[in-house]
Write a protein that binds this ligand. Structure first.
Ligand SMILES: [Fe+2]
Length: 211
């Protein structure tokens, strides 16, 4: 494969990582600013942390199943830090779910405020670690993928990942991904949805931005 340095290669991480970064930052802000005296708001914020935990676990699974297995087929496998991060992130995700359960079970007042603060701090550390992790994937793994795969092969890989994602999860991802993207990227993603998904899915992706 001969790609000039000026040629932009297919980047399978760019869009989904923008979505995850946006979702993480917004969720952290929601946890940090939650009014623990407001039961409905607290319930909604706990639900958002669990939603982020589910999204992160699912994303990690897709990377393991499709990207890391492809790198293994080429004989290298994922880089050590990334594979280790994935194992540690599953533990961290379980800890976040436990902290949400603790917050929901806490009595009102000081105990609830302390539980919210504990969740906020742990979520911030998890997000900080994920930001470094995603950067490593975008630099190290992309170099490995670009050295071994053509752009058509990378588009096919992306297609296999998208096909494995349930429609509801796909819509939730687009809800964060589309507003987080640069206009040209946004237009490309929406054109793809329009070409390959039902009109109702396109309308949902187009209008369903984060509240
Ligand atoms: Fe990852």
């Amino acid at each position: 494969m001969n790609h000039s340095p000026e040629t932009r290669r297919v980047d399978i991480y760019a869009g989904i990582h923008k979505a995850l970064r946006a979702m993480m930052m917004d969720t952290l802000h929601a946890v940090g600013s939650v009014d623990v005296e407001d039961a409905a708001e607290l319930h909604a914020v706990c639900g958002r942390v669990l939603g982020l935990a589910d999204a992160c676990a699912s994303h990690l699974g897709h990377e393991n199943d499709f990207v890391h297995s492809l790198l293994e087929e080429y004989g290298n496998g994922p880089c050590w830090e990334v594979a280790q991060d994935h194992r540690e992130h599953l533990v961290a995700i379980a800890e976040l779910r436990a902290l949400v359960a603790t917050l929901r079970a806490a009595c009102r007042g000081a105990a609830q405020a302390a539980a919210a603060q504990a969740l906020y701090r742990q979520l911030a550390l998890f997000i900080a670690d994920n930001f470094v992790h995603m950067h490593t994937e975008e630099v190290e793994h992309n170099q490995m993928l670009w050295a071994r795969c053509s752009d058509d092969e990378l588009r096919a890989l992306e297609g296999r990942i998208v096909a494995a994602i349930a429609p509801a999860e796909h819509l939730e991802t687009l809800r964060w991904m589309v507003p987080a993207m640069a206009p040209a990227e946004r237009a490309q993603v929406l054109a793809g949805v329009r070409a390959h998904a039902p009109a109702s899915a396109f309308a949902a992706a187009f209008y369903n931005a984060p509240a």
